[in-house]
Design a protein around this ligand. Sequence first.
Ligand SMILES: [Zn+2]
Ligand SMILES: [Zn+2]
Length: 340
Amino acid sequence: MGNRARIILARRFFGGVVLVGAISCLAFLSFKAFALDTQTILPYLIAHSTSLTNYLAYKIENANPLNPYFYGGFLCLLIVERLMPAKKVQKMFSVGMLQDMAWFLVNKVPLTIVDFFNAVLLTSLYKEYLPFLTIDVTTWPQTYRVIMALLVGDFLGFFHHYLRHKVELFWYFHTIHHSQREMNPFADHRNHFLESMIAFMITFIPAAMFQLDTISTGYFIVFISWYTRFYHSNIRTNLGFLKHFLVTPQSHRIHHSIEERHMDKNFSTLFTVWDRLFGTLYENYDEYPDTGIAGYRFPLETSARGLSTLATYWAQTIYPFRLIRQRIGKVFYSERELAR
Ligand SMILES: [Zn+2]
Ligand SMILES: [Zn+2]
């Protein structure tokens, strides 16, 4: 074996050890975080809600900034970014990440409140109009219920994501998520609140269909949300053979790519099977392109000093509404032109 081959092998081994360590660490921390939450906030929600809203309460609790384990998870991802960066020039505390932290913190409280009331409303609507969707799973083991709900939920997530790219109105809102030029563990929190609300409604359906209401489901959901933070990070890995089944930091970077040839590829949110079925999979697993949106007058963050992250948060939040107003304005303008 030549020297070069040995170095490549050693690098792969090192990468594998780091990733296995990081994913185990994330699993441990997210489980600990959830266990702590079940002792504090969740019993109240469980005592005052139905089985469906219990499940949704787990969903809300997947990122509790008051939980110390939550910060342990981020630290773990920052260390992996340092050891295996996709873009070496990117700073650990980049302006983009600080902006995403602002998105996370500002959206967290209102979204938690809105999601909770949304859950209560959806529960009654489901009971009134959609009870025929409910599958009698009382005889199924809990593991099967979770797997089926995961698959149905994952497909709905893929489909919702596909629509966000293909329907112009939805794309106005989704550009915010794609504006990130510095992928990082907080990047998945850069989402317009309207998008988050719709995504929340979508995950509600499989939960209701399969009557998921146990603590084990909560653990599962919390770990999945850490997995999405992992693949939004500035990490150079395609996870080896797992790349054929799972979304990875490499494949999701392609989805966020600024390059024309990567447009509208890799929509899946966990399993890549949906991209494979619908012909949207990008099969080169070794590209790590720059990310962002090209050709848009988007109010991109340029500094994280003082209150500028809050001002930018506001400018980015109202950006889709500005586009809608311009669009409506153009319709009226052309009609006036035509009437002359
Ligand atoms: Zn997208
Ligand atoms: Zn993303």
